[in-house]
Write a protein that binds this ligand. Structure first.
Ligand code: SAM
Length: 302
């Protein structure tokens, strides 16, 4: 069946009544510890899927399909879908709700323990591009996203529903309270944009916080060049170690008080005022700082 035909004949999972029926039929009890909040809003699902720019030549990796609300839409928009679900109680339910979708494979696993490089090689060798699309379990949002980025998977987009507060931090620009090491890490690999803000009322059960859909468009190469990536991230972490401290105080806590004079002259050389706070530095400035400290042999050990 073509994707268009599937769209016309599908029975939507993501409506309040259908979701309640499925939960009742299987006697499913939600586990808060697994971040189980199922989406019941078609409009939000359309926004998520359209942000991922899928077509029948593309692959989609979904993390945490739940009862298949988003999976069903992905199956109708992508050529191939792989959905990784940790909760074995959901596997028979997914078999049922996705019975008509012949381009979906469900894997029962903890995504954090999966060899994703291998999964991509086995599953997505013949597609023209892959995006991760998910309503993520909030208790592990950052570890999952950092794994996807640090594993250097050949991804086009990551479109995910996450806690609004975390989305704001990922997309933050220098100078504000939301900007921190997570903003730098995400923006090093991707260009972030907020797709929409999502009220807590469109989930069963409702979470305590509002959510946002964020799109992370993967860059062809990292935003800045560094001789040593691990050193760059050590500089970033150290600069934000105590947010209220100046850059000089944070760097000298990291590198040793006896380095203050050297640090003052190095910062002067690259035109960064030692009295600034880490939260005002752009990615370019962090790269300059890392390159200069690295050149001076400072902070080379992890
Ligand atoms: N996609 C569904 C939806 O939008 O209605 C469910 C989203 S729910 C917020 C998160 C899902 O992730 C749950 O089904 C949960 O069991 C699953 N999950 C939690 N931790 C996981 C992990 N480490 N690996 C894979 N799936 C996980």
């Amino acid at each position: 069946m073509s994707n268009e035909q599937k769209k016309n004949t599908a029975v939507e999972v993501a409506t309040p009544s259908r979701t309640r029926d499925i939960v009742k039929k299987y006697g499913f009890e939600f586990k808060k510890s697994l971040g189980q909040n199922f989406l019941i809003d078609q409009n939000i699902l359309h926004k998520i899927v359209s942000a991922a720019e899928l077509d029948s030549t593309k692959g989609a990796l979904e993390i945490g399909p739940g009862i298949g609300a988003l999976t069903q839409h992905l199956a109708q928009s992508a050529g191939k879908v792989t959905a990784v679900e940790i909760d074995n109680r959901l596997i028979p339910i997914l078999r049922d709700t996705l019975a008509d979708e012949d381009n979906v494979e469900v894997i029962h696993a903890d995504v954090l323990k999966l060899d994703l490089q291998q999964l991509f090689a086995e599953r997505f060798a013949d597609v023209s591009g892959v995006s991760v699309v998910a309503n993520l379990p909030y208790y592990v949002t950052t570890p999952i996203l950092m794994k996807l980025l640090e594993d250097r998977l050949p991804l086009e987009n990551i479109v995910v529903m996450i806690q609004k507060e975390v989305a704001d931090r990922m997309a933050a620009k220098p100078g504000g309270k939301d900007y921190g090491s997570l903003s730098v890490a995400v923006q090093y690999y991707c260009v972030p944009s907020i797709v929409c803000i999502v009220p807590h009322t469109v989930f069963i059960p409702q979470p305590n916080v509002d959510s946002a859909v964020i799109k992370l468009k993967l860059r062809d190469k990292p935003a800045v060049e560094t001789p040593d990536e691990a050193h760059f991230f050590r500089v970033v972490q150290s600069s934000f170690a105590q947010r209220r401290k100046t850059l000089m105080n944070n760097l000298s806590s990291w590198l040793g008080k006896d380095q203050r004079e050297t640090l003052t002259s190095l910062l002067e050389q690259i035109g960064i005022d030692p009295g600034r706070r880490g939260e005002t530095l752009s990615l370019d400035e962090f790269a300059k700082l890392s390159n200069t400290l690295h050149g001076a042999g400072l902070g080379l050990e992890g």
